[in-house]
Design a protein around this ligand. Structure first.
Ligand code: DAH
Length: 349
């Protein structure tokens, strides 16, 4: 039969046992576990307290007082122990020897993606000729993408096979040419802009990707001639490829220009000879020329859609693919490399 004295003795014993248990512990989790083992609902102190109810009422206050004292002591020990842990960790941290004179560990520096480099470079080159950058939305109206560019309803570009439709009247732009329209709606001539940007087509093979990048050019002014277009593109090619390559224009049809032409340049791989020291040039298929884009004089129909007086103004426009430019300069032979994010590719440029 427990007496007040025996319960108090047991509590004192537990208090001592706790002190011994906790002394060597050095991490918070273990300290908390020990605390729970003694003070928790099913802890050893609680078990002893159950005896309390069996004592004569007169003896209970003495024991209650002892319980509170011992609980307080345990809690105090825990708090002191935890504070000690924090202090030790901080002291260890401060005691660490840091040699601030050690050379830093180099981090591989990042750089711009090849396509971004090419885009910025193209912008710079056209800027030398007075072209400013213009932009337009990638999700574009059918009207800006096709209608205003005089692309008729039965043109294959308007087919579901070639164009991603968002709704009947909204598409993912298939070229950067709608920026011509937006620019002419927003400003009066003289106009000189280039519009770099992403475009979308339902195409997917080693030379075509459903998403790729173009740069569009537009100049509108009095007296602009086809020879101005030629001069601009010749300047671009020579600056971009850093070689005296030639350009040539082949008559071609784009609904929004008249006359229209496909632009070729001398092959940057074989320098226009069609042959490499190792054999026939495969980039230009031995012809010495590679196609780089479309161009022409702005069709009066287009001017009519945006309210530019075609009696007074003429203009020229061109559009080129930036992946192709990068390919011709750096020999990238699969368009997917640009978008895969493979470090082995990214680190080459
Ligand atoms: N937008 C045409 C395409 O993506 C390229 C083009 C051709 C742009 C002739 C032009 C141009 O500005 O005059 O195929």
């Amino acid at each position: 039969m427990s007496t007040a004295a025996s319960i108090i003795a047991e509590l004192e014993r537990l208090s001592g046992e706790f002190a011994a248990l906790i002394a060597p512990l050095a991490d918070e989790q273990a300290i908390r576990a020990a605390q729970a083992q003694f003070l928790g609902k099913k802890g050893q102190v609680s078990t002893v307290m159950k005896e309390l109810g069996r004592l004569p009422p007169a003896e209970r206050p003495v024991v209650g007082e002892a319980v509170n004292r011992i609980k307080g002591a345990i809690e105090h020990t825990v708090a002191a122990k935890l504070a000690d842990l924090v202090a030790r960790a901080r002291a260890a941290d401060l005691a660490r020897v840091v040699d601030v004179t050690l050379p830093g560990r180099p981090h591989g520096g990042g750089h711009l993606h090849l396509l971004t480099q090419v885009r910025l470079e193209a912008i710079d080159i056209f800027a030398e000729l007075g072209f400013a950058v213009a932009e337009g939305p990638q999700v574009e109206t059918d009207w800006h993408t096709f209608e205003a560019l005089a692309i008729p309803k039965d043109h294959p570009a308007r087919d579901m096979q070639d164009t991603f439709y968002v709704t009947d009247d909204v598409v993912l732009r298939t070229h950067t040419s709608p920026v011509q329209i937006r620019t002419m709606q927003a400003q009066r001539p003289p106009i000189r802009i280039v519009a770099p940007g992403v475009v979308y087509r339902r195409d997917d093979d080693p030379t075509h990707s459903p998403m790729f990048t173009q740069i569009e050019g537009l100049a509108v002014d009095v007296d602009l001639k086809f020879s101005d277009l030629k001069g601009v593109l010749l300047h671009f090619v020579r600056r971009f490829f850093r070689r005296d390559l030639d350009v040539r224009f082949r008559p071609s049809y784009f609904p929004f220009v008249e006359p229209g032409a496909e632009v070729d340049m001398q092959c940057s791989f074989c320098g226009g000879s069609g042959a490499l020291p190792t054999g026939p040039c495969r980039v230009c298929k031995t012809t010495g020329w590679v196609e780089i884009g479309g161009s022409g004089m702005v069709d009066p129909d287009v001017f009519a859609h945006v309210g530019v007086d075609s009696e007074r103004y003429t203009g020229f426009a061109f559009g080129m693919g930036l992946e192709r430019m990068a390919m011709l300069r750096h020999g990238v032979n699969d368009i997917k490399f640009y978008y895969e994010g493979d470090l082995r590719f990214l680190q080459m440029f």
